[in-house]
Design a protein around this ligand. Structure first.
Ligand code: SF4
Length: 285
């Protein structure tokens, strides 16, 4: 049985929330550079230049890539053969993760973006609670992926329960329509996570997972869905929204799809939009 210290979990969370907010991963930088080459509008190219310059300044000076440092979203793959050692007053895994968020956001001078009640809207003051999604896995794997999810892009996400007869075309039209009506609001160039199948709540989680399951710009392992990703990216990039919504060829950097079995009478589809400030980081213990 593997034993992991809750203090180590907290320290790692504290580090990743800061590092992810200061540094874009290499795959993200590479896709931004490749997309800049494809952008034909001079204004669009200038936006790409600014994004790269911004990323360089944030990395060097340890400053937030964006003023909106996001909700702290976690996907945790939790092995069934792990025990957690209580330490430093930490009694549970979720407490350790929340404490890491609290300390990391404070230490990194990252904006606190959570209100404790959706209508009365008092800021919790420390960016908690974290939004944690657990996945039990066999063995002793403990893998934590953090994503800083800004409000502007999250607000433009959508879900629809299609009839199965809507098929591939119905799904693709819904995805393109969602991006089109979002316009400049999610800070393009965006990344489009699409969850197909499952039920109402599963499809939303699949769409979010699609943003972080694999390197940016890679394709689905099933050629059928890889083709759908390519087709969707092409259609989205014909919308003309462009970088920061000022017009141009590149509205999206990538489209990633995740799928799951579903009910014979259902075809759920969710679209989770991510902005160009695609901040995520993984650690394993
Ligand atoms: S959508 Fe993204 S880039 Fe735009 S303000 Fe929010 S976090 Fe920043």
């Amino acid at each position: 049985m593997k034993v992991i210290s809750l203090k180590d979990v907290k320290e790692n969370v504290k580090n990743v929330v800061q590092k992810a907010n200061f540094e874009l991963n290499e795959d993200v930088i590479n896709v931004i550079k490749e997309s800049m080459e494809k952008e034909e509008s001079p204004e669009g190219k200038a936006v790409f230049d600014q994004l790269l310059e911004n990323a360089e300044i944030a990395r060097k000076e340890k400053l937030g890539l964006c003023q909106d440092t996001g909700l702290a979203v976690f996907f945790v793959e939790l092995g069934e053969e792990i025990q957690f050692k209580k330490e430093d007053g930490l009694e549970s895994l979720s407490q350790a993760i929340n404490e890491g968020v609290r300390e990391g956001y404070k230490e990194g001078y990252l904006r606190k973006s959570v209100v404790e009640d959706p209508l009365r809207r008092k800021n919790t003051g420390d960016n908690t609670p974290a939004f944690i999604h657990w996945e039990l896995v066999p063995g002793d794997k403990f893998k934590v992926t953090f994503m800083a999810k800004g409000g502007g892009a999250e607000n433009m996400s959508a879900i629809r329960m299609l009839a199965p007869a809507a098929g591939q075309k119905g799904i693709e039209d819904f995805v393109v329509e969602t991006v089109d009506s979002a316009g400049p609001n999610p800070c393009p160039p965006i990344i489009v996570g699409v969850g197909i199948g499952g039920n109402f709540e599963t499809s939303a989680l699949l769409a979010k997972k699609a943003l972080l399951r694999r390197p940016l710009g890679s394709h689905h392992s099933d050629p059928f869905y890889a083709d759908m990703e390519k087709r969707l990216l092409e259609r989205i990039n014909k919308l003309g929204i462009g970088p920061q919504g000022i017009g141009g060829r590149i509205t999206a950097l990538a489209v990633h799809i995740e799928v799951f079995p579903c009910h014979i009478a259902s075809l759920p589809v969710a679209v989770n939009i991510q902005c160009h400030s695609h901040r995520l980081l993984t650690f394993e213990l």
